[in-house]
Design a protein around this ligand. Structure first.
Ligand SMILES: NC(=O)C1=CN([C@@H]2O[C@H](COP(=O)(O)OP(=O)(O)OC[C@H]3O[C@@H](n4cnc5c(N)ncnc54)[C@H](OP(=O)(O)O)[C@@H]3O)[C@@H](O)[C@H]2O)C=CC1
Ligand SMILES: O=C(O)CCC[C@H](O)\C=C/C=C/C=C/C(=O)C/C=C\CCCCCO
Length: 332
């Protein structure tokens, strides 16, 4: 029997999550049996902490459940010929250090994965956040060369890829983030304009200064006041990809009037919410493109790595508070 460490949601979050909302438990995993349902024993190598966990925990979980989430895991015992011991997969095993699987919901890392590339990228730039940027830009924003793209939470897992893909697409790119260090990073990876939304005297002025003619595409990761101001600076026939609303996730009472309807109508804006799983049938296309751009150096990546499974709650809370530059990852 393998004893597995797991993190459970002890108490539903009220406002920002607290470490006391989580409980670290040990569970006994059943042995794999020939012909049994459980075919694989895996150990988590890297675990992802993502913003969706905050709203989804309230929607999908009850207190006492193991936290939802994804990881890069290594196969350590197999009774499934499709998965050899030592192989790496992306799994949706939740916050678990070890777990068993029937093999159904595992994605093998491509055999072409370069040895030089951290496998943790499969949780970030060459994983769900990267795919979110890829499909959100191509299929929702439908960016065109010469257009101006705005992205907030721009130094994060999704936003940093949005900006770089928009540059590859021949666009002018404006980004905002919550620290001067992040702003410097944005300029380093090719953003045309970047500002610290926490320190500018006026968001409206900062946006106008960055692009006096306005914005064709707005990739919104944040919602709230920023979105309400940005919508007024959209060009006619502009497109808004509503990717997330992280400014709302920890609010018990959603901010009022996140989008102002008037400019939406007068400017005939297209505003579309989306979830990246819409394009699950094109996952390989996206991952292949992202891996190529990373290997060519056209898409840079940065990871904010927290060491130790026992530090998962702190990593999650830190990400929500903006401590991460790039994808927030926990290394077991
Ligand atoms: N629709 C979809 O399929 C998907 C949507 N998403 C969404 O994309 C967004 C970014 O996710 P991801 O890249 O993984 O996360 P990040 O790596 O960007 O980390 C979250 C960042 O959000 C910023 N942030 C936190 N609170 C606020 C706030 N109140 N106002 C402004 N910014 C804030 C912080 O950066 P800063 O320093 O800039 O404040 C923080 O670092 C989230 O809204 C997430 O829910 C992600 C994946 C898929
Ligand atoms: O196991 C699961 O079901 C989660 C799978 C996550 C997976 O990796 C794929 C998709 C991730 C989607 C993320 C979406 C967002 O971050 C947007 C989050 C919330 C939008 C609604 C917020 C409501 C505010 O009150």
């Amino acid at each position: 029997m393998v004893t597995a460490k797991v993190w459970v949601l002890k108490k539903h979050f009220e406002g920002f999550p607290k470490t006391s909302d989580f409980d670290l438990k040990k569970i006994e995993l059943p042995n794999l049996k020939d012909g049994g349902k459980w075919k694989l024993l895996l150990e988590s190598v890297f675990l992802s902490v993502d913003p969706y966990m905050r709203p989804y925990s309230r929607r999908d979980m009850k207190e006492g459940d193991i936290m939802i989430g994804t990881q890069v895991a290594r196969i350590i015992e197999s009774k499934n010929s499709a998965f050899t011991v030592g192989a790496f997969v992306v799994a949706r095993g939740g916050w678990r250090a070890h777990f068993i699987s029937d093999g159904k919901d595992l994605q093998l890392l491509p055999s072409s994965w370069p040895e030089s590339l951290p496998k943790s990228l499969a949780l970030g730039t060459v994983g769900m956040p990267g795919l979110t940027a890829y499909f959100g830009l191509l299929e929702v924003c439908r960016m065109k060369p010469g257009e101006t793209v705005l992205v907030n939470a721009a130094a994060g897992a999704v936003g940093s890829v949005v900006g770089q893909l928009a540059k590859i697409g021949g666009c002018k790119v404006v980004g905002c983030a919550g620290s001067d260090e992040k702003v410097a990073y944005l300029k380093k990876i090719g953003f045309d304009e970047a500002f610290n939304y926490k320190t500018v005297t006026s968001l409206d002025e900062a946006l106008r200064k960055a692009s006096p003619d306005g914005y064709d595409c707005f990739f919104d990761n944040v919602g709230g006041e920023f979105a309400s101001i940005a919508v007024n600076q959209m060009k006619k026939y502009g497109r808004i990809a509503v990717c997330g609303a992280i400014s709302q996730y920890n609010d018990s009472v959603p901010q009022k009037g996140s989008y102002v309807q008037v400019p939406m109508i007068f400017k005939e804006l297209r505003m579309e919410g989306f979830i990246v799983t819409r394009w699950n049938n094109r996952r390989e296309e996206g991952l292949k493109a992202l891996l190529k751009w990373v290997m060519e150096g056209k898409v840079k990546y940065h990871e904010h790595v927290t060491e130790g499974f026992e530090n998962m709650p702190a990593a999650f809370i830190g990400m929500l508070k903006g401590e991460n530059l790039g994808k927030a990852i926990v290394k077991v």
